[in-house]
Structure formats: C-alpha cells, structure tokens
Ligand binder design. Structure first.
Ligand code: NAP
Length: 325
C-alpha cells in the first residue's frame, strides 16, 4: 500500500523536530498532499541544514517560535522530556484556531507538561503514531512509515471534537488507522506493548554484554539463536528511551510487577521440571504471534522475512555423478 494524494487538510504544517518521526511526517504529508506547505525547524544547525539538503520542507527556520507563526497545524516531534519547555516557548506565538499536536510515546506527561502552555482558542490534541524503527534523524524517515500502523489520539476531556476529527483525518491521509483513548489508558497499554519489551531487550543485551564466561565474539557469532532479535530493539535512541521510562514511571512499574511474577512462575517451572506448565505457556504465546500477523501488524513470512543466502555450490558427490563428468 502506498500513500496517495488528496485535497490539503491544512494550509501550513509547522514541524518542530525533524528526526525519524518528524521527517516521516514531512515526507508522507507531502506525498499525500495533506498540507499546502511545510515549515520546519530543529534544535541544531546541522539537522536544519540536512533538512534543507533533503528538501523536506518548503521553509526551514532557526527558531521554534518562527516555525509556528501562521501555521494551522503544529506537530512537535521531539523527545517527551523536552515537550513542556517547547510548549512554553511556542504557546504565545501559535495562531488562534490552530491545532497543536505531538508524537510522543508517553501521553500523560505530555498532557501535563504541554497543556498549561497552550492558549485558549488553540486546540491541543496529543497523538502517538505507533510506528518506528531503531534509527534516528532526518535521513531515517520514509513516507510509508505510518501506513497500516495505528495512531492513537489522546485529546483532553474538553477538546473540540471537530479539531480531533481534523487531526484524525490528517493521520488517515498519511495511511494510519486512528484510535482515540485517554492519556492514562494509552500509557498503560504502551507500557505492555512497547515500554516493557524495550526494557527487557535493553536488559538482555546488557546482560549478554557483561557475561564473563562467554566471550563477546561468541555472543555476536551465535546471535541468530534469538539474541539478535532483541538487539534491534535495544539499538533504539537512548535519549528518547530514557525520557519514556522517566515519563511513564508508574505504568511501567505496574507492568514490571506483573512481569516479575510471571518470570518467577516460569523460573519455578524450569527448576521443578514442570514441562506441562512450560508447554501450556509457550502454546498461548505462539497464538499471540498469529493474532498480530492476522491483524496485518507484521509479515507472515518466517524469521521476519529475512533473506536467506543461497546454498554453497558444492561439488556433486561421486555416487550421483554422470558419465559425462
Ligand atoms: P529523533 O530521530 O532522535 O529526532 C528527534 C528530533 O527532535 C531531532 O530533530 C532533534 O533535533 C529534535 N529536538 C530535540 N529537542 C528539541 C528542541 N528542544 N527543539 C526543537 N527540536 C528538538 O527522534 P524520533 O524517533 O523522531 O522521536 C521523536 C518523538 O517521537 C519522541 O517523543 C518519541 O517518543 C516519539 N516516537 C518515536 C518512535 C520511534 O520509533 N522512534 C515512534 C513513535 C513515537 P536535533 O537533531 O537538531 O538535535
């Protein structure tokens, strides 16, 4: 499925932060014809220059306040720990009637930190596109990132339904499916589906790195046994993930409690040789994988569809050789 062009939903999109997510929004919004023009900015001169080189925006400006002037949609695509300070900075400069949104992976903290700085008459509709890769920066983005992925909107209770629907239409134009929920519920769901898996991956990869009895080269060489699948997640951006764990502390700790209980149950089963419990547990988890594939959230191909190299060209063994050999 590719992004297709339609009528512009917004006149001017202001993008604050043009990393993986911001640059993917720029590419997709352009490809879909969802906005008439894009003004972008980023914290560093190096990224701003790269955005110009890549031609991701109609205009690249030096400050966050300059970016939001005259925009009817502002999307803040920066680490969640920075969102409050940026909202305080841009708040007084956003045009009345505009929509201010974000893409942060935690929503409770974003609502808490940004909402107080959004002036009356400006619509604040936080969002989280549940799509990404382990890469960062403006070169990492691509227009199809959001196609068939979910974008979760977490509008405050008093949000204008028309503004929420307009932002939903924007995300649908970029190929995403849209769902609305409270920030609190979002943080609980994402603690299970994203934050806990990242913490586990960071732990496993860290543990393997510190083992004394197994060499580092052995860990890398034999990683196809399962370890390498965790390394993709554990290669994610350290700033972004530090901020996520600090911002979603309560929900992550709650899920970690449940996880530790389940881990203790499996540990006990292994110690006691309880094969029945292990088998029943693994059969249940296998069905979850099938469910994800059925919902179109991953490819059905084995081993994530990784290409497998061709067989080596071995000489034909003697018993099968022909007379003409
Ligand atoms: P990224 O590739 O590291 O890009 C972050 C961008 O934010 C960079 O352009 C950076 O600018 C800019 N920035 C940081 N602080 C800023 C500030 N104070 N003012 C203006 N720009 C600032 O990160 P990303 O992966 O796009 O993530 C951005 C947000 O999306 C995060 O909140 C994350 O939780 C969320 N998210 C990420 C994923 C994912 O898989 N990566 C998925 C969904 C949502 P410089 O380069 O100039 O420093």
């Amino acid at each position: 499925m590719t992004v297709t062009a339609g009528a512009p939903l917004f006149d001017r999109l202001a993008l604050i932060g043009v990393g993986l997510i911001g640059s993917s929004i720029a590419r997709a919004a352009r490809a879909a014809g969802a906005v008439r023009s894009i003004v972008a900015t980023s914290r560093t001169e190096a990224t701003r220059r790269r955005v110009v080189e890549l031609g991701l925006a109609d205009r690249v400006v030096e400050t966050n306040t300059a970016a939001v002037e005259g925009a009817d949609l502002v999307i803040v695509s920066i680490p969640v720990g920075q969102c409050g300070a940026v909202a305080r900075e841009i708040g007084p400069h956003v045009a009345p009637g505009a929509i201010v949104s974000d893409v942060g992976s935690v929503k409770g903290s974003v609502l808490r930190d940004m909402a107080p700085h959004i002036p009356k008459g400006v619509h604040f509709v936080p969002a989280h596109p549940v799509a990404g890769t382990e890469f960062s920066g403006p070169d990492a983005g691509f227009a199809e990132l959001f196609v068939n992925r979910w974008c979760i909107l977490t509008p405050p209770a008093d949000a204008d339904p028309a503004a929420v629907e307009r932002l939903a239409a924007f995300w649908r134009a970029l190929g995403a499916n849209v769902e609305t929920m409270t920030a609190e519920h979002h943080d609980l769901v994402l603690a299970v589906t994203s934050h806990l898996p990242h913490l586990i991956a960071y732990t496993i990869v860290g543990t393997a790195d510190e083992l004394a009895a197994v060499t580092k080269s052995e860990v890398l060489k034999f990683s196809a046994g399962g370890f390498r699948d965790f390394t993709r997640i554990a290669a994610s951006d350290p700033t972004m993930w530090r901020d996520i764990f600090l911002a979603n502390k309560e929900a992550v700790l709650e899920m970690l409690g449940t996880f530790n209980e389940d881990l203790a149950r499996l540990t006990r089963a292994i110690r006691r040789g309880d094969g029945e419990l292990l088998f029943e547990h693994f059969a249940r988890t296998r069905a979850i994988r099938r469910g994800i594939v059925q919902l179109g959230q991953d490819a059905a191909a084995p081993d994530f569809g990784r290409p497998h190299p061709a067989l080596p060209q071995a000489p034909i063994p003697r018993p099968y050789a022909t007379d003409t050999d």
